[in-house]
Design a protein around this ligand. Structure first.
Ligand SMILES: [Zn+2]
Length: 393
């Protein structure tokens, strides 16, 4: 005997009594089989319900593929064989709004552009419809959104029908079904008919607003993200607040933020370029005046100069003939940069390798330029060591 699915005909039923028919050992959790249930098991793109059974939390619900039984996954064993089930109302309502919203949207895609829905996913963060089309423009999506919201506002009835497989061909389903026997069909009055096992609202106005929030392309398909009902309100509130914060930061009116942010960004890029140019000039001067000893060594320890500056400085100093440059910087980690002039035969990458062998860290480079980070040791000791072993290479 399979579980009687109360949600098939009573999608608004959230409280019910049932008999425990058996339990499954699922390790830390218990699988409970009932004679009847209002809990929706994950299927057809719609996630499972949560709630309680005999006061114990139901954390998952799925359909056993072989037996067709519905397995309620509980955090513990219910104390009695006669149990009261309580389905989480907010989560179920959210699922009903989005599943019905998906049917309305999917029909709008067919109605306006002939694009079939290949699959549907209802998630906690986002809901998606995969369409069998290469691409969709923002303008086309706006039209679909308009039609879907019109259907919502027309408050059409959404009813559950059962059709025989023999009469299914004339039923005008949006998408052909492979199901046999008695087929459950969701009918949005005068608009859409689809074979579906999900839970749906009674009237389209209960879906609330439908908003397409994103679009992406993948393998000749188009994935559309959407939200319905209360999520639209929450999303509108969150995006409005984000926009308000941005508009205050850039001192512009709310709807002028795109151009205001663009000009701030442009200014930032120009300033960045100017700082880079100035830093380059400064480094030229610093390198020209950098102390090099009689043997050609330029050795120095820095604090918080940063690896990029250190590399630029080393490269500039190494332009002076006959120099060997050994620089170190202690910031969040100890880094070294070794370089040498083009007329020197020294292999600084070999020098770096030996230094890493002694002090640890990671790095590498070429014979004329090498760098490493994450060394363990005193910055002066590292430089002293490197300088001492140059002659042994
Ligand atoms: Zn459906």
């Amino acid at each position: 005997m399979q579980t009687e699915r109360l949600y098939y005909n009573e999608p608004y039923l959230l409280e019910f009594d049932a008999e425990v028919r058996g339990t499954l050992d699922l390790g830390a959790r218990v699988g409970v089989l009932l004679d009847r249930t209002a809990f929706y098991p994950t299927s057809g793109g719609q996630p499972h319900d949560v709630g309680t059974l005999g006061g114990v939390a139901v954390v998952d619900c799925y359909e056993d593929e072989q037996s067709g039984d519905i397995v309620h996954v509980l955090e513990g064993k219910p104390g009695t064989t006669r149990v009261r089930g309580q389905v989480d109302a907010d989560r179920r309502k959210d699922h009903m709004q989005h599943h019905s919203g998906q049917h309305v949207l999917s029909r709008a895609f067919v109605e306006l552009y002939g694009w079939p829905t290949l699959s549907f996913h209802l998630g906690v963060e986002t809901c998606t419809i995969d369409l069998g089309v290469d691409s969709a423009s923002r303008d086309q999506l706006d039209r679909v959104e308009d039609l879907a919201n019109r259907i919502v506002q027309e408050n059409r009835s959404v009813s559950i029908r059962y059709l025989n497989e023999d009469s299914i061909a004339e039923a005008g389903l949006r998408k052909a079904t492979e199901r046999t026997g008695e087929i459950r069909v969701i009918d949005v009055s005068g608009y859409d008919r689809s074979a579906c096992g999900g839970t749906h609202v009674r009237n389209t106005h209960e879906i609330g607003p439908i908003q397409i929030t994103g679009v992406s392309r993948a393998k000749k398909q188009t994935r559309v993200e959407f939200i319905c009902g209360n999520r639209v309100l929450r999303h509108a509130r969150a995006t409005h607040r984000a926009l308000e914060t941005i508009s205050q930061t850039v001192s512009s009116r709310l709807l002028d933020t795109p151009s205001a942010v663009a000009s701030v960004w442009q200014e930032f890029q120009q300033t960045k370029k100017r700082i880079e140019d100035l830093e380059s000039h400064l480094l030229d001067h610093e390198a020209a005046a950098f102390p090099v000893d009689d043997a050609g060594y330029a050795v120095a320890a820095f604090k918080d100069r940063g690896i990029e500056t250190l590399k630029m400085l080393a490269a500039r100093i190494a332009k002076r003939p006959g120099t060997v440059v050994l620089l170190a910087d202690q910031s969040d980690q100890l880094r070294v940069v070794f370089a040498r002039a083009a007329d020197s035969a020294l292999d600084v990458s070999a020098l770096l390798k030996k230094t890493i062998e002694k002090f640890g860290g990671r790095g590498g480079g070429r014979p004329d330029f090498a760098q490493a980070g994450g060394l363990n040791g005193d910055v002066d000791a590292v430089l002293k060591f490197a300088k001492q072993i140059v002659h042994g290479l």
